[in-house]
Design a protein around this ligand. Structure first.
Ligand SMILES: Nc1ncnc2c1ncn2[C@@H]1O[C@H](COP(=O)(O)OP(=O)(O)OP(=O)(O)O)[C@@H](O)[C@H]1O
Length: 607
């Protein structure tokens, strides 16, 4: 596609996104109310010259304090001004003043927050110092001082006020940017040569967008209130009507014509309500459009009706050993999918069936993207947002898991089904010592005391081969190696004596020698505890080392399944053959599957 075609496609997409956003805002009752309120106020301010029935500054001394109606729609004030006309011009004045303060504080605060957060260094120190200084200044005193030095102009007051409120935007932008500046995707974009401005625009602005929208509404509302306050005490230019001076006039005639207080008060209150509701709805709708959509009712039924599980049946190898153990986990016809905005379902697992017997190690092997993790996450009840089990069943020890609520699943997670993740480091919280991360789950799940949980944690750390359990217990995650962190997570996984451990590529993030030790550890523990293991891998070497049974996945389907030794002896599906060839090219499997029915045992020290 040519560059110009690309550009026009992007422009069209952006325009359609904006139209969708406006449509969604209008469909949302709160959004609709806020848009109506703000539209009325903005239109009144814009067309004040047309809508006003009198000159806002013309004082008709024959018509003081007239009630609403007739020639004077909202009556006249104590000086004979037409309230309707003054209210219209005052709206223009107040809205523009609030917009000026908001734009100044947002532009200064967001820009400095982005630069300080993204680049740090001296600018961050300078910005932090300036922010602290601005926050220490008493705002109203500065405004009064500015008024006496620079005059009664509302524009000057709102400019000063905008600068004073800069820290509000700076702090939230800075905090959000610091939170994402070291994310791996930001590093990856930097390494890929993406320019800083593009990284900020694409990865960082999207993070600060929501809080900035809410902050803008808050600042605009405060600016309107401050303006009204300054007008009320007569600190603003008297030649231009403003809501504050109208309030002051009404206040002084409160006992004679109390209704006059209503008009400027209603204008201020309605504007504040309109801005707050508008910002909330805009933020919600923007966030909603960034999240995957969950289909409901008829749309869900239609998507489910279109589920496609067609495809070749898997090659099933006959049982070579008479396995006596009963089935612990029975997955049947599992379909996992992600609902799409157009009402369709993107299937990522297409009718997977597999069974894991008590005490057996079942390998789920396949290329990247074949659906192994999605299958494992469905069993754990941990599918990412937007994903769902669209068909099929997952029966664990006689219990149907697909019907269970998230709360009911939490009773199984950790206690009866535990999980060993792929990336040990990102699964430990860097803010807490390792010991507390083992102790807390045990206290909650097993209901034991802190002392008992600590003793148990130290035993477990010793059991998973960590040379100095006391030291590891006190260490923070950054103080241990990747291999040690994985041992800690394995200790966590067995801490509540589960019936099934789901290990998702538990050695992928580790170096080769550590991988071997972790596999040895898993095998040793599995044999000692008799726990069933479903191990996700893309490596037949791991299968050779650990597994009794294997299911080979490709494109969301199981293509071949059976006892590991039988598949090793004669892989039948071309895809299984290619996976098998890959391991032979890399070197022989460590396991002794090809020679013996006993999986070999080796020892390895902690890394
Ligand atoms: N949150 C998501 N939304 C939509 N599709 C997803 C999501 N997560 C995964 N997928 C899709 O599901 C498919 C299967 O992914 P899965 O993570 O199960 O693969 P995998 O076999 O475990 O691969 P790997 O070995 O790389 O982890 C992929 O095509 C992926 O694009």
């Amino acid at each position: 596609m040519s560059d110009s075609a690309n550009v026009s496609l992007k422009t069209a997409e952006a325009a359609s996104h904006r139209t969708h956003l406006l449509k969604r805002m209008l469909k949302n009752p709160t959004g609709l109310v806020s848009i109506i309120i703000l539209a009325v106020i903005i239109l009144a301010a814009t067309f004040a010259g047309v809508l006003a029935t009198h000159d806002p500054n013309y004082a008709d001394l024959r018509n003081l304090l007239q009630p609403p109606g007739g020639e004077f729609i909202l009556g006249t004030d104590g000086a004979g001004h037409d309230i309707w006309s003054r209210l219209l011009y005052a709206s223009r004045f107040s809205l523009l003043g609030a917009a000026l303060a908001t734009v100044i504080s947002a532009v200064l605060g967001v820009t400095s927050g982005l630069i300080a957060g993204f680049y740090g260094k001296w600018f961050e120190s300078l910005a932090a110092w300036t922010t602290s200084l601005l926050m220490a200044l008493p705002g109203i005193v500065v405004l009064l001082a500015a008024r006496s030095v620079l005059g009664p102009s509302m524009w000057i007051a709102m400019t000063v006020f905008g600068v004073l409120l800069t820290p509000a935007f700076y702090r939230l932008t800075h905090a959000a940017v610091v939170g994402v500046r070291n994310e791996l995707y930001v590093d990856a974009a930097r390494v890929a040569g993406v320019k800083d401005l593009s990284i900020i625009g694409r990865h960082i602005l999207s993070v600060v967008r929501a809080p900035v929208i809410i902050q803008s509404a808050i600042v605009a509302i405060i600016a309107i209130a401050i303006q009204a306050g300054l007008g009320f005490i007569g600190m603003l230019d008297q030649s231009t009507p403003n809501w504050g001076s109208m309030l002051n006039d009404a206040f002084s005639k409160m006992y004679v014509a109390p209704i006059q207080l209503l008009w400027p008060s209603a204008a201020i209150a309605l504007t504040a309500v309109g801005l707050a509701l508008f910002a909330n709805t805009l933020r919600d709708e923007l966030e909603r459009s960034a999240k995957p959509k969950k289909l409901k009712g008829k749309a869900k039924a239609a998507a489910d009706a279109a589920i496609d599980t067609s495809g070749d049946a898997p090659i099933v190898h006959p049982e070579t050993d008479a396995l006596e153990a009963p089935v612990l986990l029975d997955v049947s016809g599992l379909v996992v999918g992600y609902d799409q905005p157009d009402g369709s379902l993107t299937q990522v697992v297409n009718g997977v069936s597999l069974a894991v017997r008590k005490g057996e190690v079942h390998g789920l092997i396949g290329e990247s993207g074949s659906g192994k993790t999605q299958t494992a996450f469905s069993i754990l009840g941990l599918l990412p947002e937007g994903g769902r089990v669209a068909a099929g069943s997952i029966v664990f020890d006689g219990d149907q898991l697909t019907d269970k609520s998230a709360k009911a699943m939490r009773k199984l997670q950790g206690r009866r089904i535990s999980y060993v993740p792929q990336e040990p480091m990102s699964n430990l919280d860097p803010s807490f010592p390792i010991g507390s991360q083992l102790v807390e789950p045990m206290r909650v799940t097993l209901g034991i005391s802190a002392k008992e949980a600590k003793e148990r944690a130290l035993d477990l750390l010793a059991k998973v081969g960590l040379p100095d359990p006391e030291k590891t217990f006190r260490s923070y995650p950054h103080e241990v190696s990747g291999g040690q962190a994985q041992r800690v997570l394995i200790a966590g996984a067995i801490s509540c004596e589960p019936d099934l451990i789901i290990a998702d590529e538990p050695t992928t993030a580790l170096d080769v020698t550590v991988q071997a030790d972790i596999l040895d550890l898993l095998r040793g523990l599995q044999q000692e505890l008799g726990v069933a293991v479903l191990i996700v891998t893309h490596n037949f070497g791991v299968v050779a080392d650990l597994c009794d049974r294997v299911s080979v996945m490709k494109g969301g389907r199981i293509v071949e399944t059976g006892p590991a030794r039988s598949i090793f002896a004669g892989p039948q599906h071309p895809y299984t053959q290619s996976l098998f060839d890959a391991i032979l090219e890399d070197g022989a499997a460590r396991g002794a599957l090809a020679h013996s029915s006993d999986r070999h045992t080796a020892t390895g020290g902690a890394q």
